[in-house]
Design a binder for this molecule. Structure first.
Ligand code: NAP
Ligand code: GDD
Length: 350
């Protein structure tokens, strides 16, 4: 039975990856940050009491800013594969918390590489590492982007992911470690964080349809992204670690749409006209923007046999259906006289 350790298991991708690995028969260990409220909503359905002999998913407190803790978890878990998905992953927040973002995303990856290198040296074990890179690393480089496209990051987040990518390449070359860099383009799902633009739109569309909300404030509507479904993308992560040799892979749909296109699709599906509800608020405009991402995933297709299954329209509709259901639940509560708080509406750095 193979053992995987997943940092960022409580995030969107971590939850899909954990599901995927459990279905493949893995024992899955995840790193969880201590927080004063539960932060395991996305994986609660996978978790069983660890006293249950059938349990195959286990959680460990840890943080990418704490190298000693990472070493202890590696010793305890003795994984065959490590997936480094943990990150302060919000681009706009990285402008506000630049040092913290670099500490988690760049230095956190370095800490994990160092811990893994020592673990392998001391135990003589072979462990494979997947590093969650990002199309944000391409930044201002014009589309289509592939593994040969130069990096030109446009945010502290993007620059930190480039550093993590280069650390990973260096540890591969210097120590012969099996480290894979996935360069994933935007991928979304009903589990997407509610301050990313896709989910912000689908959440608002559902609430507007049911009269719970009137307005949606957004930033740059002209940005173009290559949006895929997170459930498809975690398979590429796993496939990339099953190859004879480590390498770097762009993972994308190959199609690019604007934020306006996303609005058209989401609101149109509910027979709403987004122009009556959407307003631009400069607080959501970034100090530097990534204008146009469109991935060329030819290498992943050829070497991994991977390609995206869920297209743009299906993705948006899946998210809208989910969020319309959530809005119905909120409305039911409100109609029954409960006070409901529409978290995310008009607040923060989303
Ligand atoms: P996400 O939903 O924001 O999840 C991030 C995960 O990292 C959460 O589990 C979070 O824990 C954890 N985390 C945050 N700070 C941490 C720290 N200091 N130490 C350990 N863990 C920490 O992100 P995602 O969309 O699943 O993305 C997964 C990874 O892929 C990230 O590295 C992201 O940068 C990268 N990526 C994502 C996309 C995309 O479109 N989704 C594209 C390219 C690359 P909490 O739950 O406690 O916050
Ligand atoms: N979040 C947000 N909120 N974005 C907005 C808004 C808004 O109100 N209005 C317009 N946008 C635009 C952003 O300026 C950006 O151009 C685009 O919508 C997408 O923004 P996000 O959904 O926040 O994603 P991202 O592309 O910045 O970053 C995501 O994808 C990266 C891969 O390319 C994150 O998941 C990163 O972690 C990931 O690496």
């Amino acid at each position: 039975m193979r053992i995987a350790l997943v940092t960022g298991i409580t995030g969107q991708d971590g939850s899909y990856l954990a599901e995927f690995l459990l279905a493949k028969g893995y024992t899955v260990h995840g790193l969880v940050r201590r927080s004063s409220t539960f932060n395991t909503d996305r994986i609660d359905h996978l978790y069983r009491d660890p006293h249950d002999p059938q349990a195959r998913a286990f959680l460990h407190y840890g943080d990418l800013t704490d190298g000693t803790g990472l070493r202890h978890v590696l010793e305890r878990v003795r994984p065959d594969e490590v997936y480094n998905l943990g990150a302060q992953s919000h681009v706009m927040v990285s402008f506000v918390q630049a040092e913290y973002t670099a500490d988690v995303v760049a230095t956190g990856t370095l800490r994990l590489l160092e811990a893994l290198r020592d673990h392998m040296k001391v135990t003589g074990r072979q462990v494979r590492l997947y590093q969650a890179g990002s199309s944000e690393m391409f930044g201002a480089s014009p589309p289509p982007q592939n593994e040969q496209t130069p990096f030109h990051p446009r945010s502290p987040y993007g620059a930190s992911k480039v550093a993590a990518h280069l650390y990973a390449v260096n540890y591969r070359e210097a120590y012969g470690m099996f480290v894979v860099n996935g360069i994933l383009f935007n991928h979304e799902s009903p589990r997407r964080g509610e301050t990313f633009v896709s989910r912000k739109i689908t959440r608002a569309a559902g609430r507007i349809k049911l009269g719970l909300q009137e307005k949606l404030y957004l930033g740059n509507l002209d940005a173009r992204r290559d949006w895929g479904f997170a459930g498809d993308y975690v398979e590429a992560m796993w496939l990339s670690l099953q190859q004879a040799e480590p390498g770097d892979y762009v993972v994308a749909t190959g199609e690019s749409r604007s934020v306006r296109d996303f609005l058209d699709e989401a609101f149109g599906y509910l027979d709403l006209d987004w122009r009556e509800h959407v307003f631009v608020d400069p607080r959501y405009i970034r100090p530097a923007e990534v204008d146009h991402l469109q991935g060329d995933a030819g290498r992943a297709r050829e070497k991994l046999g991977w390609q995206a299954k869920v297209g743009f329209r299906e993705l948006v509709r899946m998210m809208v259906d989910h969020d319309l259901d959530l809005a119905r639940q909120e409305k039911t509560l409100r109609d029954a006289g409960h006070e409901i708080f529409l978290r995310g509406v008009g607040s923060g750095h989303g």
